[in-house]
Design a protein around this ligand. Structure first.
Ligand code: FES
Ligand SMILES: [Fe+2]
Length: 389
């Protein structure tokens, strides 16, 4: 039997990653070490979070001037902020004095004031207040603004990149428009955001959301009935995977609460008015887009076997304006949370198995093509990074 030591050798890792193929029906899965080995985290962070674009959430989460969230992406603490000009900004959450984290959690502020020695920045990241710096020779505060990263907003999703010259977002997303345009989600409203931590690798958290395989086993009573066999996975040109499936009724409601279904989004027709598109924008943003609602998850690594997840739920603007929206939306929240609660114990068990040094690469079933597509993308990014190290 092939075994791996606590830390897989670079040579072995290369071989394993090379066995992940573009055709998921012939491919092995992502090497288990990539889910369990903290020694590989730095490589992974460079490979998949520090290149290209990373999804930060929905733009309307930061609707008003001064709204902010502190988010850690692949070991880089960030501030997402709605600036005075109305543009979204992404800053390094590191004070330019001696590096303190500036903000934590979510909130609204008029300026960014470091709690340590009170260096204070405006909402565009310019250093404005710097107590007792009169002795610093040739100190130019204009050179000590916050480090700022590129931002792109597409279909209401916010992306950032750590690259000085990132690829054009249109190039990154390829033909994403073609599959998502009909819903008009750039105008949908976020009505609830929840954050929590889970004892599993960030990839397993996103993977389970993108496969139908586990539905009869993990969700037999709750949501399995909603989902007949989905369409084939779509062939796409961007850095994402997507698969559409017709559903019985509203996919985001349980069987016994279907009477609370909100209206179908304006403009949706044909099969798209009666189904759900599951999309995974690499590396770590995924969403389900139904005729009446969207629920989205992002997962960020805290360690190899622990992640921070953000759950976001959105509805068409016309639905949010209905008098009884709040009451009806509760049933959506309950269904989405219930499905997650059913997944969580399985994710913890999966992580326990992946932690073993005897865990080996598996194969993909017919109902998890998006997981296979991601595995190939991920393995290619890791191999590219390995060739640079
Ligand atoms: S570290 Fe921020 S003001 Fe000193
Ligand atoms: Fe599930």
């Amino acid at each position: 039997m092939t075994t791996r030591p606590g830390l897989v050798s670079w040579h072995e890792l290369r071989l394993q990653l090379s066995a992940v193929l573009p055709d998921e029906n012939r491919s092995l899965g992502i090497p288990p070490a990539c889910y369990a080995d903290d020694e590989l985290l730095a490589l992974e962070q460079n490979a998949v979070f520090h290149h290209g674009w990373v999804g930060l959430g929905r733009a309307d989460r930061w609707a008003d001037t001064g709204d902010y969230s502190a988010i850690d992406i692949g070991g880089v603490p960030l501030i997402v902020m709605r600036s005075k000009s109305g543009a979204l900004k992404v800053f390094a959450n590191s004070c330019r004095h001696r590096g303190s984290q500036l903000l934590s959690g979510d909130g609204n502020c008029k300026k960014i004031k470091c709690p340590f020695h009170w260096w204070t920045y405006d909402l565009d990241g310019r250093l404005k207040v710097y107590p007792r710096m009169e002795n610093a020779v040739d100190f130019d505060p204009d050179k000590f603004g916050l480090v700022e990263f590129a931002v792109a907003v597409e279909h209401g999703f916010v992306f950032t990149s750590f690259e000085d010259q990132p690829p054009a977002i249109a190039e990154w997303l390829g033909d994403f428009d073609r599959f998502h345009q009909p819903w008009g989600i750039n105008h949908w409203k976020t009505t609830r955001v929840r954050e929590f931590e889970v004892d599993c690798n960030w990839k397993t958290f996103i993977e389970v959301f993108n496969e139908y395989y586990h539905l009869p086993m993990v969700h037999p009573e709750s949501i399995n009935w909603l989902y007949p066999e989905p369409d084939a996975v779509d062939a796409v040109s961007g850095q994402y995977a997507t698969q559409f499936g017709a559903t019985e009724g509203a996919a985001a409601l349980m069987q016994d609460t279907q009477q609370y279904a909100l209206p179908t989004a304006r403009g949706l027709q044909g099969r798209e008015a009666r189904g759900t598109r599951y999309t995974w924008i690499y590396p770590n943003l995924t969403f389900a887009l139904s005729q009446d609602s969207m629920w989205m998850y992002q997962a960020f690594p805290l360690s190899a076997n622990r992640c921070r997840a953000i759950q976001t739920i959105c509805f068409p603007t016309e639905s949010v304006a209905l008098d009884d929206f709040s009451e009806r939306a509760e049933y959506y929240y309950q269904r989405i949370d219930a499905a997650l609660d059913e997944d969580l114990p399985f994710l913890l068990r999966q992580q326990l198995g992946l932690n073993s040094k005897f865990a080996l690469q598996g194969r993909f079933g017919a109902l998890e093509p998006s997981v296979g597509k991601f595995a190939y993308w991920y393995s290619q990014q890791m191999l590219k990074q390995l060739s640079l190290t």
